[in-house]
Write a protein that binds this ligand. Structure first.
Ligand code: HSE
Length: 439
């Protein structure tokens, strides 16, 4: 075996010194000996760049070369790898990654927005230059799902990937279930605890999960990333009452990312969904993430873990760095970018499944008959329903929920449009898909 101390060290530049950057630098220092043994060479911090040099980050970087401009670091001759932890799909983060690749440096990034929007072009550039573009930390934090798809499960034809990909939403939905509190109140807690993205609409609106899903779909199905093809709904309209109704039916409400290969093409959806409480994803609580992959040979594989935070994200960054140090370079998106097929979008209205409908019905004789008639007229068959007494402050309306038999999405959308105009329905009903049932 090579003596790591005699091999050329791998010189690393870290752009962005937030919690994750500091976490990466701590591991590089605290586990230096083990990392060298595992990689066959030492991993050396050769440069850092951030906005504020004076800030105390709990790490000693006095002897490390400082760059005021991360773009200069991306061009520095004496660095082999740039770790991009700046974030955002455009601006400095994108420039740093492009420059580093163009200068023949490997790139490790935690930037899901950048990969979701520009992954294909960046992957091409990395291949041209014969370097790695690694992004394990971009999806589901510490869960090694990129490696699982790109390596461990690569022999399989993957039929679906379903995940809880946003810890903030999972925390909010878990707290709403536990405490019966409203969405806005619980969101404020999540922000105070530092879970939410700078712009919380990226979390609660499903965009963050959609970035991650688009990346997973590309790896799972060997297609070009198609972020624009993800159907996105957030969790803003889910109420604590909906969650408690779902519990009565034996389900939990989760923000899911669903990527599925169908005969009509590839389905990519992010939305809150009812998941039977008997399946693993329903029992992933709080800030945890999880991903369930179906492969034709392996069957189902479920991975669960922490999707964000210093330790889990830095752990993922380090796994990418170790691969590079070992000289393990793979096509960024499982097959060479030239072999990635365009992602053919499956039409949403052909999706077949069961649906949960939650609405406020007028409290008058015949209103329920009129509402169920409207559903029947569109061909929607009800499997179960619950009606409760009036909630405080709304004595003229009653909360009602239905679970339908299997119906096509197009039919449900037409039924929903009817209910929105119905004289016995107050406000806008909420329609959620039921996912994860074995048929
Ligand atoms: N805001 C993200 C989440 C962080 O809540 O999962 C990790 O991408």
């Amino acid at each position: 075996m090579n003596d790591p101390l005699k091999a050329e060290p791998l010189k690393i530049g870290v752009a962005g010194l937030g919690t994750v950057g500091a976490g990466v630098i701590k591991i590089l220092k605290e586990r230096a000996g083990f990392l060298a043994d595992a990689s066959g060479r030492t991993l050396v911090l050769g440069g850092v760049s951030a906005r504020d040099r004076a800030k105390d980050r709990g790490i000693d970087i006095r002897d490390v070369r400082w760059f005021d401009d991360a773009r200069e670091m991306a061009k520095a001759d004496d660095l082999d790898v740039i770790v991009e932890l700046i974030g955002g799909s455009e601006g400095v983060a994108r420039e740093v990654v492009e420059l580093a690749l163009a200068h023949g440096k490997h790139v490790v990034t935690a930037n899901k927005a950048l990969i979701a929007h520009h992954g294909l072009a960046l992957g091409r550039l990395a291949e041209e230059k014969g370097v790695s573009l690694n992004y394990e930390a971009a999806v589901a934090g510490g869960i090694p799902i990129i490696k699982a798809l790109r390596e461990g499960l690569a022999a399989n034809e993957i039929t679906s990937v379903v995940g809880i990909l946003n810890g903030t939403c999972n925390y909010i939905l878990t707290e709403m279930e536990k405490t019966g509190r409203d969405f806005t109140e619980v969101l404020a807690d999540a922000q105070a605890l530092g879970y939410a993205e700078a712009d919380p609409s990226f979390d609660v609106g499903g965009i963050d999960a959609a970035h991650k899903l688009a990346i997973l779909a590309s790896l799972a199905f060997g297609v070009q990333i198609d972020f624009g093809g993800v159907h996105i709904e957030g969790i803003e309209r889910v109420t604590a009452t909906d969650i408690s109704f779902a519990r009565e039916f034996g389900y939990r409400i989760k923000l899911l990312g669903v990527a599925r290969k169908t005969e009509a093409g590839i389905e990519q959806r992010v939305h809150p969904a009812l998941v039977p409480d008997t399946v693993p994803l329903a029992n992933v609580m709080g800030v945890f993430n999880a991903v369930a992959v179906e492969g034709d040979r392996v069957g189902q594989v479920v991975l669960e873990g922490r999707g964000a935070g210093e330790g889990p994200t830095a752990s993922a960054v380090l796994s990418d760095l170790i691969d590079i140090a070992r000289g393990f370079i793979v096509p960024p998106f499982i097959v060479p970018t030239a072999r990635l097929a365009p992602s053919r979008e499956s039409p949403a209205d052909t999706h077949l499944g069961r649906y949960f409908l939650s609405l406020a019905a007028a409290d008058r004789a015949g209103s329920m008959a009129a509402i169920t008639r409207a559903l029947a007229d569109e061909g929607v068959s009800i499997e179960r329903m619950i009606q409760r007494g009036a909630e405080k402050g709304a004595t003229d309306r009653l909360p009602v929920v239905f679970i339908t038999h299997e119906t096509q999405e197009g039919t449900m959308q037409r039924a929903l449009a009817q209910l929105m105009q119905h004289q016995d329905v107050a406000g806008t009903p909420l329609m959620l898909r039921v996912e994860g049932e074995t048929r």
